[in-house]
Design a protein around this ligand. Structure first.
Ligand code: NAP
Length: 253
């Protein structure tokens, strides 16, 4: 297979946070990167960072839970950048609440973005991977997959992504496609800043409190997760598939 066929990566939810850091990192690895987020204009910053470093990136507005939008986005990426053979399903939302207060709408939103989104994106990209005889899929799970108070919807979705990952590994392995999950612990992003706000704490205070519970005594940065994703998506990781890597500054209970 030519290098060209291995070049194109897609990162969802890449306007900011972990997705943006991952897009920048994969571009530095030589990938042309499709930067997907809900709002195409919001991807401009990530695309500019990649371009400034001499890389290639395309901003794509797409709601990953919308089947038609996903099909159109992947067709556009294949046409403008080339066949997408690396996929990072990173787009995510929180709708935290204790179970007795959780609305069905908040349950559905979280399932739709994380699980349906990863399913739709993977289904749309896999034909390009199978045609190329090469593919790398990384799904963003979470330490919350092990259970977390106030996150019945999110924990279920993130555990579900681990099942999806292992199934993709089994179905697609014979086509040269690997699938793995990265499960972050506490990473400093807008998502955790919003959680701090929800519980009435300043973000710095919230991070400092979290750091005391983490063996390496600091919270994670988006680049910590991008580094793990870069490993799983690399050419050298072809024998690593169906794994879940917790990247949390220590083991989890
Ligand atoms: P973030 O800063 O909130 O960024 C998430 C991005 O996803 C946002 O740009 C958001 O767009 C986008 N997005 C939301 N719904 C979407 C949809 N339907 N279609 C396309 N894009 C959508 O989150 P993050 O902290 O970087 O987290 C990234 C991933 O890591 C998520 O899957 C999250 O669950 C997981 N994770 C994070 C942590 C952590 O501590 N931060 C820990 C474990 C796992 P808008 O801005 O327009 O909403």
């Amino acid at each position: 297979m030519s290098t060209t066929e291995q070049r194109v990566a897609v990162v969802t939810g890449a306007a900011r946070g972990i997705g943006a850091a991952t897009a920048v990192r994969l571009a530095a690895e030589g990938r042309a990167v499709a930067v997907i987020d809900l709002d195409e204009a919001a991807c401009a910053d990530t695309v500019a960072r990649i371009a400034a470093a001499g890389g290639t990136a395309l901003a794509v507005g797409c709601d990953v839970s919308d089947e038609a939008a996903v099909e159109a986005a992947v067709a556009r990426i294949a046409g403008e950048l080339g066949p997408p053979v690396v996929l990072v399903n990173n787009a995510g939302v929180l709708r935290d609440n204790l179970l007795f207060r959780m609305s069905a709408a908040d349950w559905d939103t979280v399932m739709n973005v994380h699980l349906r989104g990863a399913f739709l994106m993977t289904r749309a990209c896999q034909e390009h991977m199978v045609d190329a005889g090469f593919g790398r899929i990384v799904n963003l799970s979470s330490s919350s997959a092990l259970g977390n108070r106030g996150q019945a919807n999110y924990a279920a979705a993130k555990a579900g992504l681990q099942g999806l990952t292992k199934t993709l590994a089994k179905e697609l392995g014979k086509f040269g496609v690997t699938a793995n999950a990265v499960a972050p612990g506490f990473i400093a992003t807008d998502m955790t800043a919003a959680t701090a706000e929800r519980v009435g704490m300043g973000f710095e205070e919230f991070k400092a409190a979290a750091a005391t519970r983490i063996p390496v005594q600091r919270v994670g940065e988006p680049e910590d997760i991008a580094n793990a994703i870069a490993f799983f998506t690399g050419d050298a990781a072809g024998f690593v598939s169906g794994q879940v890597l917790y990247v949390a500054g220590g083991p989890l209970d």
